[in-house]
Design a protein around this ligand. Sequence first.
Ligand code: SF4
Length: 199
Amino acid sequence: MVQTINRHRFVIDGKGITTLVGLYGCPLQCKYCINRDVLSSGRFRELTPEKLAQTLMIDFCYFIATGGGVTFGGGESLLYAEAIREIKAFFPPAVCINVETSLNVPTEVLESVVDCLDSLIIDVKSMNPEIYRRYTGISPEKTYQNLKWLCEHKLQSKCRIRIPIIPEFTTEQEVQQTREGIEAMGFEDIDVFQYKVFG
Ligand code: SF4
């Protein structure tokens, strides 16, 4: 279920020129979610993997020329792991397939799709379980378990870890602790960024 398709993005969500496909639905309820209205209103288009791949193919030359590709975001992109795997099959290997994810999905889901992904952009929120729970409304257990799984399978180099500074939820010290925890797991591509709160 596709909410949005944003074309011609440059090095924002993956290498080269990318198309960002926003998918509907998310298990989290982040306090400052900028997508919540869209997620709750159910404004989306249902497309088969084949039809979506055909739609995305319009930028094939850009992808090939820049080493870019398609990034699935959301919502939670991994709710559509099976469809992402099917879409990957429509593109040659040179077209990158990336996901933006909170990783808060069962490990079997991650396992089912990780080999066809070129990169995972993971918003971990916080490695402090209490802060995570307070901010998202759910347990971080699956996210932490999946980070561990990625380490055990030596897949850290496929991952960019995003750590938000969340107003009223995280302090500088807690963000630093999250960063150190992530570094200790062997992840090297780490992006600490400030959440912007609107309204
Ligand atoms: S993970 Fe993203 S889409 Fe889901 S509730 Fe949080 S901010 Fe919104």
